[in-house]
Design a protein around this ligand. Structure first.
Ligand code: 6OG
Length: 162
């Protein structure tokens, strides 16, 4: 049995163009998740709320701002032999200001809902991202092996918002 000694709070933001069924992803250029497409986001700082952190990361990583971010999911990740769990707060928005631009961290790219590059994304995304695109909310937990690819345990629940 491994022990969890703490958690990191992180944000993950998806910009959607719902009328054209497109999603903005970013190719992560460095750090954790390097080489994968993902939403924008990162660690929540000590002096900000989760929502403030989400707005800040979106602006820093994609150079876009938005008047509204909707909370759509909560994910908990653990990795074998890593005592810190990741608590990821997932947001989406369908409105944004500015043009997405490459940053030091991310190279943004639009994808059709039917051509999402799951092969180049975190392994868990294929399970919960479709739920978000169906306009539903979710809560989930994924326990990964040290290789950051193999899932040992997973639990995912859809929250019907209607
Ligand atoms: P920085 O370390 O760059 O923030 N993140 C994950 N995203 C997905 N889709 N799946 C995972 O499965 C993830 N684990 C972490 C949260 C890391 C960014 O990566 C996200 C943050 O947006 C394990 O500050």
């Amino acid at each position: 049995m491994s022990t969890i000694t703490g958690k990191k709070q992180l944000t993950l933001i998806f910009v959607l163009d719902e009328s054209n069924k497109k999603i903005l992803l970013g190719m992560k250029k460095r750090g954790f998740g390097h080489g994968k497409f993902n939403g924008f986001g990162g660690k929540v700082e000590k002096d900000e709320t989760i929502l403030e952190g989400a707005h800040r990361e979106l602006e820093e990583e994609a150079f876009v701002t938005t008047p509204e971010l909707h909370r759509v999911g909560l994910l908990l990740f653990t990795f074998e032999n890593d005592p810190k769990a990741l608590e990821v707060h997932v947001f989406k928005t369908n409105t944004y200001n500015g043009e997405p631009k490459e940053s030091e961290e991310m190279r943004p790219e639009w994808f059709s809902y039917d051509a999402i590059p799951y092969d180049t994304m975190w392994y868990d995304d294929q399970y919960w991202l479709p739920i978000m695109l169906q306009d539903k909310h979710f809560i989930g937990r994924f326990d990964f092996k040290e290789d950051q690819t193999t899932i040992i345990n997973e639990e995912l629940k859809t929250i019907d918002t209607e």
